[in-house]
Design a protein around this ligand. Sequence first.
Ligand code: ADP
Ligand code: MG
Length: 536
Amino acid sequence: MKEFAQLELNEQLMQAVSAMGYEEPTPIQEQVIPLMMAGEDVFAQSQTGSGKTAAFALPILNTISPNQGYIQCLVLTPTRELAMQGASAFHDFGKGGNFSVLPVYGGQAYARQITRLQKGVDVVVGTPGRLIDLMKKEVLDLSHVQVVVVDEADEMLSMGFIDDIKAILDATPNSRQTALFSATLPEAIRQLGSRYMRKPHSIQIEDKHMTVDTIEQRYYVVDRKQKFSALTHLFEMENIERALVFASTKISTEQLSSTLSARGYQAEVINGNLDQDARIRVLNRFKQNQIQVLVATDVAARGLDIEDVSHVFNYDLPREAEGYVHRIGRTGRAGKTGIAITLVTPKELWFLKRIEKFTKQEMTKCEIPSAEDILKKREADLLERMRIWLKRDRCAKEKELINVLIEEGHDPLEIAAVAVKMARADEKQRPVESFSATTEITHRKSSKKPRSNIHPSNEEGMVRIMVSSGRRDGINPSEIVGSIARFSNIPGRSIGKILIRDNHSLVDIDARYVDQVLAKTGQIKMKKDSVTFKRA
Ligand code: ADP
Ligand code: MG
């Protein structure tokens, strides 16, 4: 095992590494850094989270000189997040070295990118689509590039960027150094490598999480239509600290997140539909434990620095067996036990077997807890909480209140029963879903039950706003909750009663968040149309 000191990085980089708190290089860094410093081409395969960014950023920063006035290094990444994360890593490592680093991705104004490019930058970290656009505009000069890194190459491939990558590589000098990083190495990537690399060194790091030892893996066989209610049952029974839920499409991530929010869980989405700022805010809120559940697509979650969740739910199966390992690797870190739960339909069981073969581990088959189990668990939890309070004996004020009722002649058992009933009112928000063939359909419309109320009322602490979309636009309550919560970045809980009228809707918002919502007027789309908000 090498130490950073043995890697012959310059003084400034050694300081940056220790400022980052890195004590020793990760296996991939240990192997890749010396090769890249020697100018060799590399193929590097290691799992997500193994430190690939520093494995290329450090040797590159050690080699190039700042302020040459042209692009010396180009890093290709599949998504905007990764472009930003990559650029900020170069920035952090290059601190004190005066390197200029530019992230380049779609959705950002061209003008700023072009101005920066014209001033001259040392390192560009970008997504293929935008880089191609800039090449077409003839503002991206790649003729002095010395090093190209293709990061998350497998993801690039499955996103269909292969031709873009080739076009970009063709625009760089043949003498360049090329490094390709990937969590998996499908055949197409090897081919890309053999065409564009010179005697590449292949570095493969045994995937520790492949053994997924510390993860409890379970699976539940459910019909497709029962998946959502199965999920809500599991949410009730598991002690979830932070959960990552994977779904296969953007639409289903959104449906899941709105319906989970409507049931009182702090759930938000990470998918390609969120604008850049919203995605970063969501990720930060999850890291800071302000959100309990993140519902994501593979593509949006890939490579993001999300770790240490208590549960990973595979609401839909991943497309590939490798994907399963990447997903569940987010839990069970640092010696803790994590739980990975997979929902599988009878037709998909063959694929589950394939995953088991791939991980060389069996998942445990379990039964979805019944409605009765859940009610029992709720009762047991309630009694447990009450026992704790009874031990604490911290209810002097409450006792005074109860005494008022006792003096009025009420029976203490009756009073206690009423108090419990009131304390459990929030459970109404979480009706226990039964397993019926219609679950999915009921559910789409369902947030009606807890949310919409035909009688307008202004509860204390809530402010009513008018939303310019109504029944005629086909809007429904769960969509309103979902869109407002997500795009104005407020918890689903802070949205109260919803009244849908023909051409507008009335929505109660927690007063603390109302300005945050009003600020988004005209910026949020529901059913494809932008909607406006104003105080009702
Ligand atoms: P990958 O690209 O392989 O998915 P990253 O480069 O994003 O992994 O690194 C994952 C996390 O590990 C980051 O938070 C990074 O700062 C951290 N990290 C990288 N190298 C080291 C190291 N040598 N020691 C400690 N932490 C590291
Ligand atoms: Mg990475």
